[in-house]
Design a protein around this ligand. Structure first.
Ligand SMILES: NC(=O)C1=CN([C@@H]2O[C@H](COP(=O)(O)OP(=O)(O)OC[C@H]3O[C@@H](n4cnc5c(N)ncnc54)[C@H](O)[C@@H]3O)[C@@H](O)[C@H]2O)C=CC1
Ligand SMILES: O=C(O)[C@@H]1CCC=N1
Length: 280
């Protein structure tokens, strides 16, 4: 049975103890989506890392797969995609009627996981992003047909503990990966360019950095409060003959918008290509 919160506790096991597992563990324990005493984490070989996570979050850790996986309600695949086959093999015999696999593995399709498990099994494929570390991930999830309403809700609760969670069809995962999986890197790319030009214009490193961070935070809040009206927010800053107009005109001359659009589409194409290596 998949047990709901509010009195009854979910047993959750994280296979893999990297940064993405830690972000979800931290968010889920703090929000109460998971309880520390019923949350387990294991990895391939680094016991020091497991001890560190156990001490920090009060969770269980170690290499006794039997006690971790036996009767687990939620099994989170948090290894790198290249280790997917080994991870699925390790959990295969512990899958039962009420368990759900939540995969964080970029590019690994539900079909690949279903075939590796080899029997009907609820699977949720997710694409979080690294802002999970500060509780601000934008996560998309896709469900296979065996996922129950209760399991869906528990996954939404888990990912809501680290930010925003949206359910999509699996066919949209390449687009999601290109937009929000890789997305933070695009913003950092812009921040790098603003930092470099700010310093070249004579600002000291710390001043430029502080101004850029606050500018990004403020712009994100404005975008959120205006319900995503990016174009009109931009036009409101762009006075005729002014500085913003000069910058945007230069960006347009360099085809920056088209370059970003091409980059996002190439990320989706790469996601699709990577996914092909995880097809049976
Ligand atoms: N970093 C990112 O921006 C995003 C990452 N992801 C996905 O999250 C997953 C984890 O990423 P990170 O935390 O950055 O990885 P990481 O490399 O930091 O951690 C991977 C962990 O898996 C463990 N592991 C590997 N094979 C194992 C096995 N057979 N059994 C048990 N443990 C095993 C390793 O010991 C390590 O603890 C990846 O699949 C990645 O595609 C998803 C969205 C965004
Ligand atoms: O670059 C990558 O392949 C992964 C997927 C999403 C973010 N990082």
């Amino acid at each position: 049975m998949f047990r709901q919160q509010g009195g009854i506790t979910l047993k959750a096991v994280f296979i893999g103890a990297g940064s993405m597992a830690e972000a979800i563990i931290a968010g889920a324990i703090t929000s109460g989506a998971l309880q520390a005493e019923n949350t387990y984490v294991t990895n391939r070989a680094n016991n020091e890392r497991l001890k560190e996570l156990a001490a920090q979050y009060g969770i269980q850790s170690g290499y006794d797969m039997e006690s971790a996986l036996n009767n687990a309600d939620v099994i989170v695949l948090a290894m790198k995609p290249k280790d997917a086959a080994a991870g699925l093999e390790a959990i295969r015999s512990y899958i039962h009627n009420g368990s759900v696999i939540i995969s964080l593995l970029a590019g690994v399709g539900i079909d690949f996981m279903e075939k590796a498990i080899g029997k009907p099994c609820a699977i949720i494929r997710s694409m979080p992003n690294t802002s999970a570390a500060v509780g601000k991930s934008a996560t998309a999830i896709a469900l296979n047909k065996h996922v129950t309403a209760g399991q869906h809700k528990a996954a939404i609760d888990l990912f809501t503990a680290i930010g925003l969670a949206i359910t999509v069809d699996e066919s949209q995962m390449d687009a999601v990966t290109a937009v929000s999986g890789s997305g933070p890197a695009y913003i950092y790319y812009v921040a790098e360019a603003m930092q470099t030009s700010g310093e070249e214009l004579g600002l000291d490193h710390e001043t430029a950095k502080a101004l850029i961070i606050q500018t990004l935070l403020g712009a994100a809040d404005m975008l959120s409060e205006s319900n995503g009206q990016a174009a009109s927010l931009r036009k409101a800053i762009t006075s005729a003959g002014g500085t913003t107009e000069a910058a945007i005109r230069t960006f347009d001359e360099w085809h920056v918008k088209e370059a970003i659009e091409a980059g996002v589409k190439e990320a989706a194409a790469q996601s699709k290509r990577l996914g092909l290596s995880y097809k049976h």
